[in-house]
Design a binder for this molecule. Structure first.
Ligand code: FMN
Length: 365
């Protein structure tokens, strides 16, 4: 059923997100689309895809690897660690800015979710605990291997990779970066006691498990300025076989440590009715972006009305409706997302979802 947003809706009001002024509070959630080139350069179609969604208060890009070793959970996912990658991201930033939009690049290391047949690199993680998940490799589905636990002396290099990729993002003209510490990838794996059984300074206590994400946030904020840094977390999330049980303590430690930095926003993928959300909300003084799977716009509007959230990130409905904001204002029906083309190569299901204007155009014979 269509939902109409009044023009004076809280979701349509501007909000300052660090250094970026978002003209509305409906953001594009990060969405892996598996259209990048074999060398991790974004697709030639990516600029068009993102520019189509420039009416979002903020575009958050698909997850983007900080190094070759950080990639390889899914085929054809982009990176930002070569000059060629940076040039393509610069084209994307220019296209989004020309369409009057704003964009952050989401940066990740896939950790134990990587498969050597996809990324051509060894699978690593905090501890030797495999995700019981099937990877979609070029030669068919395969179980994920047991990751090699990272040595303590390797971790500074990973922090440095995040710093360098953030520098490239800003040099490419992006408005900022979002650090991906959610959904069962490397930084999340360090936070969670399900996947982190280390006995060095990166494991054990909540503060130790939070250390890697905190160090990445601190390094990236130092490199590009805190006002251009967002952080995504998914406490209690079950994505990627996390089965997280002790979901609060490491997140509390993390937020205590990074709150003084005053980064642009914290992006939380969570059930907003959970006690965890309430606990973490109370700890976070800066803008909070909520992503709640499939939650309707009426509820998101209520959260914004109460001041519980600065903005809502919307994934699948934005994927299928490049003109989502306009449709909400007009109360128009939404296109349904087509799961079959979420990760399929090529333009279909990527840049060809019709806008209302497309539907109004007379069909050629
Ligand atoms: C096709 C697809 C790709 C996704 N890729 C990413 C990603 O790259 N990074 C990330 O943090 N979350 C990713 N997610 C999770 C979404 O950002 C979001 O949390 C999820 O879709 C729930 O929000 P929604 O109900 O608004 O779609 C992805 C989800 C989908 C459906």
């Amino acid at each position: 059923m269509a939902f109409t947003l009044d023009l004076d809706s809280s979701l349509l009001q501007p909000v300052q997100i660090g250094d970026t002024l978002a003209p509305n509070r409906i953001f594009l959630a990060p969405l892996t689309r598996s259209r990048a080139q074999a060398d991790a350069t974004p697709s030639d179609l990516a600029a068009q895809y993102y520019a189509q969604r420039a009416a979002a208060g903020l575009i958050i890009s698909e997850a983007t690897a900080v190094s070759r070793a950080a990639n390889g959970a899914y085929v054809n996912t982009p990176g930002l660690y070569t000059d060629g990658h940076q040039r393509k991201w610069a084209e994307i930033a220019a296209a989004v800015h020309d369409a009057a939009g704003r964009m952050f690049v989401q940066l990740w290391h896939v950790g134990r979710m990587g498969h050597p047949d996809i990324g051509g690199v060894e699978t690593v993680g905090p501890s030797a605990i495999a995700a019981k998940i099937t990877a979609h490799t070029p030669s068919g589905p395969k179980p994920l291997p047991v990751p090699r636990p990272l040595r303590t002396d390797e971790i500074a290099g990973i922090v440095a990779d995040f710093r360098a990729a953030a520098r490239r993002a800003v040099d490419a003209g992006m408005d900022g970066v979002e650090i991906h510490s959610a959904n069962g990838y490397l930084l999340h794996e360090f936070l969670s006691d399900v996947t982190n059984r280390r006995d060095d300074v990166y494991g054990g206590s909540p503060a130790n498990r939070a250390r890697l994400t905190a160090e990445v946030v601190e390094a990236v904020a130092d490199e590009i300025g805190a006002g251009r840094v967002g952080l995504r977390i998914s406490p209690g999330g079950t994505a990627a076989d996390m089965r997280e049980i002790d979901e609060v303590s490491a997140y509390e430690a993390l937020l205590h440590r990074i709150a003084p930095l005053r980064i642009a926003y914290l992006h939380v993928r969570i059930d907003p009715t959970s006690t965890t959300f309430g606990a973490l909300r109370a700890l976070w003084p800066e803008p909070l972006v909520l992503n709640a799977d499939g939650v309707d716009f009426c509820q998101l509007e209520s959260f914004a009305d109460w001041g519980a959230i600065a903005a809502a990130a919307v994934g699948r409905r934005f994927l299928a409706n490049p003109d989502l904001i306009e449709r909400l204002v007009l109360g128009a029906e939404l296109n349904e997302p087509d799961k079959a083309t979420f990760y399929a190569p090529g333009p279909v299901g990527y840049i060809d979802y019709p806008t209302l204007a497309d539907l109004d155009e007379p069909q050629s014979a």
